[in-house]
Design a protein around this ligand. Sequence first.
Ligand SMILES: O=C(O)CCC(=O)C(=O)O
Ligand SMILES: [Fe+2]
Length: 194
Amino acid sequence: MSIDKLIDSLASQGWYVWDDFLDLSDVQAIKQCIPETLQDARIGYLNTLQDNKGIRGDQTVWLESNMGAPIVRYLDKMESLRQELNYQLFLGLRDFETHFCRYPNGGFYKKHVDNFKGQGRRKITTVLYMNESWQLGDGGELVMYDLQDKALFKLEPLAGRMVFFLSEDFPHEVLPTQQKRESIAGWFLTEKIL
Ligand SMILES: O=C(O)CCC(=O)C(=O)O
Ligand SMILES: [Fe+2]
């Protein structure tokens, strides 16, 4: 079972790629719940929030259970995973925040870490990809690095695939995409969202 592989891989190497985490029909149903208008993605926190078109070019919307049953099913699935990860790995995950992201043609996200060591509450990053007709050469791959800056792997954003990694330990980037690129990024948190 992939949940066992997820647990083993997170414990041994800190990341895991789960192909067909969701079926295409679930991916399509989630997409239908996403509003037309999204916000330009921002980086930083509170008073340092800034638009950063030079760093990331996507637009986002936070997912809420009032967006529809498919979103509720996805949030429930992530909640069961949270409990299982805590049970098996003692990670102390207390909450989950997640947003839909759309990169237009030409969009990218420069190399970054999602959480600096010892700062912030993001413990595990999840990214679910939603692109059904992705072709080789479309770009938009996720490239993962270790803390010594060695490239570990490159991943195409294929529909239904989810990548998991420890948020502090893996710098990563999204290469420029030649197609519209859709995903749902999420973070298991060590503190409750107020
Ligand atoms: O979409 C991806 O592959 C990664 C996105 C990302 O790095 C982020 O939202 O922090
Ligand atoms: Fe990231």
